[in-house]
Design a protein around this ligand. Sequence first.
Ligand SMILES: Cc1cc2nc3c(=O)[nH]c(=O)nc-3n(C[C@H](O)[C@H](O)[C@H](O)COP(=O)(O)OP(=O)(O)OC[C@H]3O[C@@H](n4cnc5c(N)ncnc54)[C@H](O)[C@@H]3O)c2cc1C
Length: 428
Amino acid sequence: MTHATPRGRTVCIVGAGIVGAATAYALAREGWQVTLVDARPAPGLGESRANGAQLSYSYVEPLATPAALRALPGWLLSDDSPLRWRPRPEAAHLRWLAAFVAACRWSEVRRTTAALLALSGLSRTTLQRWLAEQPGIAGAALHRQPGKLVLYRDAAARAAVERQLAWQRALGCTQRVVNADECRALEPALGASAAAGGGPIAFGVWTADEEVIDASLLAQALVDASGATRCFGSPALGFELRGGRVVALRLAGRTLEADQFVLAAGPACAELLQPLGWAPAIEPIRGYSITLPVVDAAVAPRASVTDQGRKLVYARLGEQLRVAGFAELCGLDRRIDPRRIAALCDAVRETFPGACRFVDPQPWAGLRPATPGGRPLVGATRWPGLWLNAGHGALGLTLAGGSAALITDLMSGRHAAIETRPFSVEPA
Ligand SMILES: Cc1cc2nc3c(=O)[nH]c(=O)nc-3n(C[C@H](O)[C@H](O)[C@H](O)COP(=O)(O)OP(=O)(O)OC[C@H]3O[C@@H](n4cnc5c(N)ncnc54)[C@H](O)[C@@H]3O)c2cc1C
């Protein structure tokens, strides 16, 4: 991508995950001269590496809901529940938790869901535009639009789901409730599904326009297409201030100067900002995935499938099946619990028997960088020259394009395409 750089438009982005990569591409296509810094040797190797691959534009309800509040004691006590919480005595963790509890009100859930639907809508159109202008990316990043089927095992949940869909319909989502037979017609691979473990399907929700894409491959392709100067394998050590303004980024043995800086370092943002005297409330929530070779395409899912009972997602990426899930509040611990990997493998065996080979399931654990209420922080910080694009939680892939478009509008001094206040870094 070649554009003349307007004066005062050099930008240094810290973090080349899906959010930083999308930001690099969005700014570069507007003529910004971009330098991208990452501690890892290539883009997309952090929390974006092997995530669930879902572009779930219509499934943005936050984790903090009244139902989550009721379930909280169970997360504390149970070892096999899909969500697990081990309390830590750190002040930041306890503050995050208090804010999470405060966000578990329906009025707040509705406000957040509406704001996230606006951002996900912007993401959808942004990514579609980028895929059209860079025709190689869709193939390279295994992009498809197979639709999404969410499976419910509990018939009693239907009334609440129907209410939620009716409300979302008014905000532009096109989704419908389907019975168990329709689920099997929409996703024939479910025909071989054993009821064991997950239980029989009670009903489903079908969203025809949902998409899948490999987040790591997309990050790499966007960085390539952006033409950004790469500074990889270089951990950022901190920011330098002059007269209250951020003017440089410290790396080992040198500093990088730029007109503007964007921090997009996922769960590491707090650590980089703490020395300046303020850090965002971003809690790492660990999840797991496996990636299995498909051996029988006829019994492997083509649609993107969410098993609501088990809180797992399935996505076909080329000749492989990605299965992801679980949520554990356990700090910056990336260790892989083998019981979670065994549970993912069992779920595939039971839901799509005969579809995959299990010799090397490519176990992975990543940390969702979550704000208490579920809204990412996209915008200016209190230090002129420093912007934040972080805290996308379980939706970083889905929201990356919209967040990148939003921050580009803000940095360019333009009126943004959607309301920016819900994502403000500094509360009003
Ligand atoms: C199991 C699981 C499944 C998921 N499934 C989905 C899904 O299906 N759909 C969806 O939308 N989202 C999903 N997510 C969420 C999504 O993966 C995250 O929200 C997203 O990856 C966050 O992207 P990011 O760019 O903010 O962070 P990252 O991808 O972690 O990028 C941050 C980058 O900053 C770099 N960095 C950190 N510190 C420094 C430093 N000091 N100096 C230089 N570089 C630094 C890191 O190396 C990293 O590359 C899932 C997450 C998990 C864990």
